[in-house]
Design a protein around this ligand. Structure first.
Ligand code: AMP
Length: 562
């Protein structure tokens, strides 16, 4: 056998800490601005951030945290959360960002499954922590991300983040870590059953940050002032906390104020050029801008993803306000970025209508992600824009298996996304449906199975199906389709009242329709696709009640044929 000839370049591991170290050394004076939970605006630099992240690492090591230990966070987008991203991973611990919008029992389940040693939380979540603490006996200490003066009143014994940091000087060298070690952990509830953990490595996180920064991906730069609206508890805010220090971009964090007015004012004050978030957030922002009769003076580009971006939203951003929309698709299992709707030079030479149609799709795969669509027989389908099938992906930042699960989710080495799509001859992906049994409301998952199980527990319900129904503000909301038991009766309102206290309020269906029977396959499986088709035009009462949807009353939105 021939001996391989190895390259002779330095074997430097790709570590998450190297991203912040780079920003601190080469963009040391670039600002990180945060609207704080305490009410004021905090500003400091990448250099300050690295020093404090090192203080946090020293504090956690002094508390006994070891490599591989999970550290949970329940926090908004802010500088302390950013410090946690690096102060944990920097010495080999795992930064586990937790979605505080989930039902408390689910949050507790996730903390216990991850076996978090410590959980850091923003003071807004103090009441939640009081509910969680008795259910999470393995958490050694809950750390409030504030100073002694702002410590909340709680039944749980909590420590102050600032008091912990004050005991250390930040004189610390990031250790060299095997790049294949775990760095970040995010749970997704976008699957059936319990939430599942995606455990990223240093290598996958750094490669993803590289890929995301490319001009035809998210395209971040040191000339940008970036405001991630997408929460840092949602797949690492799509990788922005890693890509921003890699590129030297200024960071602007909105804290908990995500309404249109607050976002607009912060964007203007900090000369934000670049933002990212789910469609629901942008509705609020566009609403404010239209009602206040103002314009964006600095915003140039925004990434919209997490759910399909309505074509009218793309047009309003681009045609009315001159802001480029980058429509992106990805998922927790993909770190999350997969495809983006940036056009090639040749595509920009086509008619405006053709370009518009391309931008409405989810775009082309970025380097690092390969994709294919397959039919029911598992065979690959053509890229003709017509054939649709299950979307599979693979690549160095795509999940291999879920945290603490031995079963491989892969099919022939590909990860099945649960999305159904076409791919056209331009290699542009178009998500047409979803085979996974979940609903996405305002960027957050609702398990239709959990909703159905509660309905079935009602004595008057024989069978129930929960499906996604289009909604102008939330993109999708749950609709419950019910078959009553013979001789039993229940009204819509009684059924909806039955949900109270059993699941999170925002999981409760917006409407109930009663039918004589539900469609099934020959093997007795519910045919949700058929149900979704049947109720495609169902108008939810909550949709009628949605006031001031900026996309509704625009003439071009009304004439939209799509
Ligand atoms: P998550 O893991 O919460 O990021 O959710 C990922 C899922 O959200 C994907 O598998 C899709 O079902 C959906 N999704 C994300 N981005 C888009 C998009 N641009 N268009 C349509 N669906 C999307």
């Amino acid at each position: 056998m021939t001996t391989p000839l190895y390259g002779q370049m330095m074997d430097v591991p790709l570590t998450v800490s190297s991203l912040l170290a780079h920003a601190s050394r080469h963009f040391g004076t670039t600002e990180i601005v945060s609207k704080r939970i305490e009410g004021d605006v905090h500003r400091y630099t990448y250099r300050d951030c690295e020093k404090r992240a090192k203080q946090l690492a020293q504090a956690l090591i002094a508390l006994g945290v070891e490599m591989g230990d999970r550290i949970g966070t329940l926090a908004w987008n802010g500088y302390r959360h950013l410090e946690t991203y690096f102060g944990t991973t920097g010495f080999g611990a795992v930064c586990h960002t937790i979605n505080p919008r989930l039902f408390p029992d689910q949050v507790a389940w996730i903390i216990n499954h991850a076996d978090d040693r410590y959980v850091l939380f923003d003071i807004t979540f103090a009441p939640l922590v009081d509910v969680l603490a008795p259910q999470c006996p393995n958490v050694l200490c809950w750390i409030a991300m504030t100073d002694e003066a702002h410590m909340p009143r709680m039944s749980t014994a909590a420590s102050s983040y600032e008091a912990l940091l004050a005991q250390h000087d930040g004189d610390f060298d990031w250790p060299l870590i095997d790049e294949r070690c775990a760095s970040n952990l995010c749970y997704t509830s976008g699957t059936t059953g319990n939430p599942k953990g995606a455990l990223y490595s240093h290598r996958s996180s750094v490669l993803h940050a590289f890929g995301a920064s490319l001009p035809d991906a998210m395209g971040l730069s040191a000339r940008d002032s970036v405001l991630p609206v997408v929460p840092m508890f949602h797949v690492n805010a799509w990788g922005i906390p890693h890509a921003a220090p890699l590129t030297g971009a200024k960071l602007v964090f909105p804290g908990k104020d995500l309404d249109g007015k607050s976002l607009y004012e912060l964007m203007e004050a900090e000369r934000v050029t670049y933002s990212a978030g789910v469609p629901t957030v942008w509705l609020g922002l566009l609403n404010h801008v239209r009602e206040a009769g103002v314009r964006f003076s600095s915003l140039e580009r925004t990434v919209i993803g997490g759910s399909a971006c309505p074509p009218a939203m793309i047009r309003m951003f681009q045609d009315t306000y001159g802001v480029e929309v980058i429509h992106a698709w990805g998922m927790t299992e993909m770190s999350p970025l997969g495809t983006l709707s940036k056009l090639t030079w040749e595509q920009t030479q086509r008619s405006p209508d053709e370009q518009r149609k391309l931008r409405e799709k989810q775009g082309h795969a970025m380097y690092g992600v390969d994709m294919r669509i397959v039919g029911d027989d598992g065979r690959e389908l053509p890229w003709d824009g017509v054939a649709f099938g299950d979307l599979h992906v693979r690549g160095p930042w795509v999940i291999d298996r879920y945290f603490r699960s031995d079963a491989s989710p892969l099919v022939d080495g590909w990860f099945p996304t649960g999305d159904v799509a076409t791919i056209d001859k331009d290699s542009f992906l178009n998500i047409t449906d979803r085979s996974k049994d979940v609903i996405k409301s305002g960027g957050e998952w609702i398990s239709s199975i959990d909703v159905e199980n509660i309905a079935i527990a009602h004595p008057a319900v024989a069978e129930a199906a929960c499906i996604a129904c289009a909604h102008p503000k939330w993109t999708e909301r749950p609709l419950l389709v019910v078959v009553k038991r013979p001789d039993a009766d229940v009204t819509r309102d009684e059924l909806l009242a039955f949900y109270k206290g059993k699941i999170a309020k925002w999981w409760i269906p917006d409407d109930v329709v009663f039918v004589d029977e539900l469609p099934h396959t020959a093997t007795g499986k519910l045919q949700k696709l058929k149900l979704r088709e049947r109720f495609r035009d169902h108008v939810l009462p909550s949709a009628l009640a949605t006031e001031n949807c900026p996309l509704d009353d625009e003439a071009h939105a009304k004439s939209d044929p799509s």
